[in-house]
Design a protein around this ligand. Structure first.
Ligand code: ZN
Length: 442
């Protein structure tokens, strides 16, 4: 074997246990009792204050490259991911130019990423008006599914689908077994809501009401029911939608749901005036909503916790004037998801095994990755060495994504990522050793 990790605390299918994990050719080839005799070129004895976790899988990341590489890029994003214990990410089809809406634009994106990624990277395709005929080609080229919007996406080159277009796209993707992932906010509901301008967070919150999410999610559920297509609700913020999600699941609708660290960590009540680093869509809501989302995780109604890392330049965040109406909506958190979630999860009595389920196992399953997200035989030797009891204060200037803005700046978090390993090699941030993934081949 090339490598053996000996750890008193390892998160496997058996829970948190003492194990020795053997690695050869980048794969996990042995899982033995802690004291087992194992022959390897290198043996790493982990200290008792760290836990060996599978590398996290973040299926919701906006790398924005090519086209908006001043916002983020493949080198910076994947370095930040690795520093946060993430070993696989799936890049969103929008904010890059061109957006990933046909085979040619996917090829452009892959070429941009080639040789620059420090972790493994896959790609989502986009479903936009007029590209129904491109979806099958993108699927065959290896995208993990298709993203669509039901309202303006924030960038003009990625327009939303109308109700009939969504139904047509769902029938198309169902035909070849792909999934549709949906930004579920209803355009009419938002148009009728009060405007967001100004520095007061409360006004911004009223401009993106829960009702806009609730209506959109109800529509998506019914379309999934009619068409039989597999759908995934992105970044759930409105806890009002949980009962209808439960009903749809009970009825056998093929529905999965994610939420993000910012909805589980922050509350609307505590966001300071003008603090546009907290602006995202759908918005961070009230404390009582946050607790209901945690209950949704406990109940298994929410499957995944993924970052929705969506950074931009400080200028576009309009930190100078602090106007929520004009600032770019998106929170940069790729490097912080694990400690952010662990800090809040442990307060509520959850274990690291729960966090691993939400942030590694279920996201990998959602995109059909069969060698990611678990410490198990035959899986890729992707690991995060995590010190759960060590704390730190977030300094946005020291994070590795491109622009030093983060809603977590100044926050004290529990849990430090001591090291990240990709296919049996430690990720140092120097030589990019990640690969570009295709659906069905990872
Ligand atoms: Zn997003």
């Amino acid at each position: 074997m090339d490598l053996v990790f000996r750890a008193r605390r390892t998160v496997t299918a058996a829970g948190e246990v003492a194990r020795s994990i053997g690695v050869a050719d980048g794969k996990i080839v042995a899982i033995e009792p802690y004291d087992a005799e194992m022959d390897a070129d290198r043996v790493i004895d982990l200290d008792d204050d760290v836990v060996l976790l599978p590398g996290l899988v973040d299926t919701h990341v906006h790398v924005n490259d090519p086209g908006r590489s001043e916002w983020e890029g493949f080198e910076t994003a994947t370095r930040a991911a690795a520093a946060g214990g993430v070993t696989t990410l799936v890049d969103m089809p929008l904010n890059s130019i061109p957006p990933t809406v046909d085979v040619e634009s996917l090829a452009v994106k892959r070429k941009t990423a080639e040789g620059k990624v420090h972790i493994d990277v896959g790609f989502w395709g986009g479903a936009v008006p007029g590209n129904l005929g491109d979806l099958r080609g993108l699927h065959d080229a290896g995208v993990f599914g298709f993203k669509c919007f039901l309202l303006h996406s924030g960038v003009d080159e990625f327009p939303p689908l109308g109700a009939q277009e969504l139904e047509d796209a769902l029938r198309a993707v169902r035909g070849f077994g792909a999934q549709m992932i949906v930004h579920a906010e209803n355009s009419d509901a938002i148009e009728h809501a009060p405007a967001a301008q100004g520095a007061q967070y409360e006004k911004f919150l009223r401009s993106r009401p829960r009702g806009a999410e609730n209506v959109a999610i109800a529509q998506v559920i019914e379309l999934a029911r009619w068409t039989g297509a597999r759908v995934h609700i992105l970044h759930l913020s409105s806890s009002d939608a949980l009962p209808m999600i439960a009903t749809a699941r009970r009825d056998g609708v093929a529905l999965t749901v994610e939420t993000c660290p910012h909805y589980l960590c922050f509350t609307a009540e505590e966001i300071p005036e003008g603090a546009t680093e907290f602006k995202c869509c759908p918005p961070i809501r009230e404390a009582e909503n946050r607790e209901a989302l945690w209950q949704g995780l406990a109940d298994g109604l929410i499957d995944c916790v993924v970052s929705d890392h969506s950074p931009c330049t400080p200028e576009l965040k309009r930190l100078d004037i602090g106007d929520f109406g004009v600032a770019w909506g998106g929170i940069a958190s790729l490097q912080l998801g694990l400690p952010a979630i662990w800090t809040e999860a442990r307060k509520r009595g959850f274990a690291l095994t729960d966090v691993v389920r939400w942030m590694a196992e279920r996201p990998a399953a959602q995109v059909g990755m069969r060698r990611k997200g678990h410490i198990a035989l035959g899986y890729d030797a992707d690991f995060c060495v995590f010190a759960p009891d060590e704390g730190f204060v977030v300094d946005a200037g020291k994070l590795r994504h491109r622009n030093p803005v983060s809603a977590y700046h100044g926050r004290t978090l529990s849990g430090v990522v001591r090291g990240t390993w990709l296919r049996g090699a430690e990720v140092t941030g120097e030589e990019p050793a990640g690969t570009l993934l295709r659906r069905g081949m990872c």
